[in-house]
Design a binder for this molecule. Structure first.
Ligand SMILES: NC(=O)c1ccc[n+]([C@@H]2O[C@H](COP(=O)([O-])OP(=O)(O)OC[C@H]3O[C@@H](n4cnc5c(N)ncnc54)[C@H](O)[C@@H]3O)[C@@H](O)[C@H]2O)c1
Length: 410
């Protein structure tokens, strides 16, 4: 096996993939338009906070097989892993970076080449948008060159574990292409590889994140109803989940991250008639940060010029990832309304602190937006001590663990 693979876009998805492919012996060229990323890779510096991948990146085989450059070159396989953000105004996929990346490889395509799209895209993108672009070079997809969609499922912070062990869905424009793609992924994936067509694979990826979004919206809606009635939502969910076929998620301060608030829109873009629930769930989750900010304002009502410390700025607990973070939205809303808010997060570079007791000193309110394990532990041990150092002993937490105050009754 001496295949050469070009990975277009060496970010959260592309770089770990490039590292894993280099580790199993492929000659890998990581291509990125950002010069500092290209230089970092060539200098042996991995710019992602993924400890396991960092270690593998240092292995001699990886250092030997992986190089980076700013422009593509000829290869056997091209993998597209560039961003597909949401066009915030039109609420549709912004495919401009995928289109640029695909156009940039066209001059280097040779007969027999395989192009794999890992970027998350709306259904029909591979066959209706990417295939025609590839064919501009004069070769036919399915005859001279091959196109496949293999969506990524990794969780930032757990990339090594997930890139190796997750099951993968491989959607070829035809069966031969899916088989060619299987060979590449089988070299490092221990999970199952499921072969299907491109449109199914595109839809599966979007369904996964949309299902999470709708479930989160339902939990948030239950929380709003419970609050109106004075019901403890965490206790209610705990009891409802005693049903053998019910699994309600926890409510929260909104749905964030790189995928969940974005991907449902890609389904709506393709079929708005049949995605009413998806649309409403998106709206419900988008409104949550506003409601949470209003709750914090209410709690601060009687305090003059309150000094607020916000703890946790990531999009969910125990990650360093701040993309589309509802916590940041809440902080912004409060700041725009004139509040003095200082954010801290032990897992995010530039926002670390020595201890909560230290940062809460002389504050009027400590609002815990994201309860990382370390925050939870310090609060459990030192809540009273923390309150004593504050000007007002006000700590706001949202949906902490269940109170479990009901006895088990047989
Ligand atoms: N991050 C995740 O957890 C995750 C999970 C599953 C799927 N995805 C999907 O994977 C895709 C990539 O996401 P990501 O998180 O790796 O993005 P990222 O922003 O971390 O990295 C993308 C890289 O592509 C580069 N790039 C942009 N245009 C380019 C071009 N024309 N040529 C070469 N490089 C180019 C950027 O400079 C950047 O370094 C997206 O479609 C995303 O939705 C991401």
């Amino acid at each position: 096996m001496t295949k050469k693979i070009v990975v277009m876009g060496t970010g959260y998805v592309g770089l770990p993939l490039a590292v894993m492919l280099a580790r199993v012996g492929y000659e890998v060229i990581g291509v990125d338009i950002e010069e500092n990323i290209v230089n970092a890779i060539n200098e042996g510096v991995l710019h992602l906070a993924e400890e396991d991948i960092k270690e593998i990146f240092k292995e001699p085989e990886v250092r030997k097989n992986l190089r980076a450059r700013k422009t593509p070159c000829e290869a056997d396989v091209f993998i597209i892993s560039v961003p597909t953000p949401l066009d915030e105004e039109k609420r549709v996929a912004d495919l401009s970076q995928v289109i640029n990346a695909v156009e940039s490889i066209v001059p280097y395509l040779r007969p027999g080449n395989l192009v794999i799209v890992e970027s998350t895209v709306p259904m029909l993108t591979c066959r209706n948008i990417i295939a025609p672009l590839l064919e501009k070079g004069g070769m036919k997809v399915g005859k001279d060159i091959y196109l496949c969609h293999c969506p990524e499922r990794i969780l930032p912070g757990e990339v090594f574990e997930e890139i190796v062990n997750n099951d993968r869905v491989i959607g070829g424009l035809d069966e031969k292409t899916a088989e060619m793609t299987r060979e590449i992924y089988a070299s490092f994936v221990k999970g199952n590889l499921y072969l299907t067509d491109d449109v199914t694979a595109e839809m599966v990826k979007l369904m996964e994140n949309t299902s999470r979004d709708v479930s989160i919206a339902l939990a948030n809606e239950f929380a709003a109803v419970a609050e109106k009635l004075g019901v403890d939502i965490m206790e209610a969910i705990e009891l409802a989940n005693k049903h053998p076929r019910v699994n309600i998620l926890k409510p929260g301060i909104g749905a964030g991250g790189h995928c969940i608030p974005v991907d449902p829109w890609f389904i709506k873009e393709v079929d708005s008639v049949n995605s009413r629930l998806i649309h409403i769930a998106r709206q419900i989750n988008d409104e949550v940060p506003l409601k949470i900010a209003a709750k914090i304002e209410d709690a601060l009502n009687d305090i003059k010029n309150p000094r607020v410390i916000a703890l946790g700025i990531t999009y969910k607990p125990d990650t360093y990832d701040i993309r589309n973070s509802p916590a940041l939205k809440i902080i912004d809303i409060l700041k725009n309304r004139g509040y003095d808010v200082t954010p801290y997060d032990p897992l995010v570079e530039g926002y670390e602190y020595s201890s909560i007791t230290e940062v809460a000193k002389d504050a009027d309110c400590l609002v815990v937006l994201v309860e990382h394990r370390t925050i939870k532990e310090e609060l459990a041990q030192k809540e009273n001590e923390i309150k004593q150092t504050m000007r007002h002993p006000l700590i706001i937490r949202f949906y902490p663990e269940t109170r479990k105050h009901r006895k088990n009754i047989r």
